[in-house]
Design a protein around this ligand. Structure first.
Ligand SMILES: *Cc1c(COP(=O)(O)O)cnc(C)c1O
Length: 355
């Protein structure tokens, strides 16, 4: 499909200090927008200057949450190439989310073409400072001006780009996590596996409660018995117990299948480690801790890649893991994944894609 380009006559100044980028505040000069209409399919993709869009106040996404999104990054390598990490996995996952929310399929090839052409236009926005990247946010929303509840007939697919700072400015600092035993994020048969706005709306109250107790994120338990571990806010979770790397299995459909999670599992297996995707209860973790067998806990996600957990609070019990320091397995996974992403470590898996 041909992508029309309506480029801005007035490019913005790039951020002067890449050490102060933070996350999600700064946007590039352009964005991609492509409508879908029932009967016509996806049509007329266009790259336009970044700016506000106009939709009806009755647009269905604003009322009933028929939205899906993705999150990925473009990395600048030392020899000044720009590369992506398993981007097709993101668009395959977008289609899983689409299917759950009755949003029409977006062919992966078309999505990749949109992304590549947008990145080509705004590639100078991929920052250069160590650890920085260009965050990529593709999303789809239903925009029919209609107040009835039904799947939409009109959608917008968009991609916006945001240069973002190094997640860890000073080494990998462990995070403190609070086990949520009141609210749940997702249930069996629900939308937990989909990257859709409603899941994040459901998480805000707990996140707010956790912050008030000085914990940075929430660990979710299953929505039925509140016994089994699911995941953290926007990260999957791993435990190293007596040499076994354990992460909750995705079978129940209530956990978001992270690409960093998948890569971590594949990496650990390639190193000959014992890796299990299985049910794991919070009680098992507490018992392992008491027995001195809980060696490491870490989250995985595109933003931080690996986020070591230093404290885990479950009710009155506060577990301090590995003396609140990053463990050797977490460090090795972090070094390897980030090494591959920024082109410092040879990619023997074929995960990176050059722009
Ligand atoms: C995006 C996300 C993750 C991590 O997925 P990655 O593909 O590794 O970035 C984990 N959990 C939730 C709820 C998420 O939204």
């Amino acid at each position: 499909m041909e992508i029309k380009k309506n480029l801005t006559p007035a490019p913005k100044a790039k951020p002067a200090d890449e050490s102060k980028l933070g996350f999600g505040h700064v946007f590039t000069d352009h964005m991609l927008i492509m409508p879908y209409d029932t009967g016509k399919g996806w049509h007329d993709p266009e790259i336009v200057p970044y700016g506000n869009i106009s939709i009806s106040p009755a647009a269905m996404c604003l009322h009933y949450g028929q939205t899906v999104f993705e999150g990925m990054k473009a990395y600048r390598t030392a020899d000044n190439k720009i590369q992506l990490f398993r981007p097709e996995e993101n668009f395959k996952r977008l289609n899983k989310s689409n299917e759950r929310l009755v949003i029409p399929e977006l062919p992966v090839d078309l999505a990749m073409q949109c992304l590549r052409e947008l990145l080509e236009v705004d590639k100078d926005w991929v920052p250069t400072l160590d650890g920085t990247s260009l965050y990529i946010r593709p999303f789809i929303v239903a925009v029919d001006p209609f107040l009835g509840v039904r799947p939409g007939d009109q959608y917008l697919f968009m991609i916006v780009l945001s240069p973002s700072g190094a997640y860890y400015a000073s080494g990998l600092n462990p995070v403190s996590i609070y086990v949520e035993d009141k609210y749940v994020r997702a249930v069996r048969g629900g939308m937990g596996f989909a990257k859709t706005g409603g899941n994040y709306a459901a998480s805000l109250h707990s996140q707010d409660d956790a912050h008030k107790l000085n914990y940075s994120q929430v660990l979710w338990l299953d929505g039925v018995e509140q016994k089994y571990i699911e995941e953290v806010g926007a990260m999957n979770i791993f435990f190293v117990i007596d040499g076994e790397v354990v992460t909750p299995s995705l079978d129940a459909g209530s956990i978001l299948g992270g690409i960093t999670r998948k890569s971590t599992v594949e990496l650990c297996k390639s190193w000959g480690m014992k890796v299990s995707e299985r049910r794991i209860s919070i009680q098992e973790v507490a018992d392992a801790y008491d027995a001195g067998k809980l060696q490491e806990v870490f989250g995985t996600g595109t933003a931080a890649v690996i986020s070591p957990v230093g404290h885990l609070k479950w009710g009155d019990k506060v577990m301090e893991i590995n003396n609140n320091e990053i463990g050797p397995i977490s460090q090795k996974i972090y070094d390897t994944l980030t090494g591959i992403q920024w082109g410092k470590v040879e990619d023997t898996f074929g995960w990176t894609v050059e722009l």
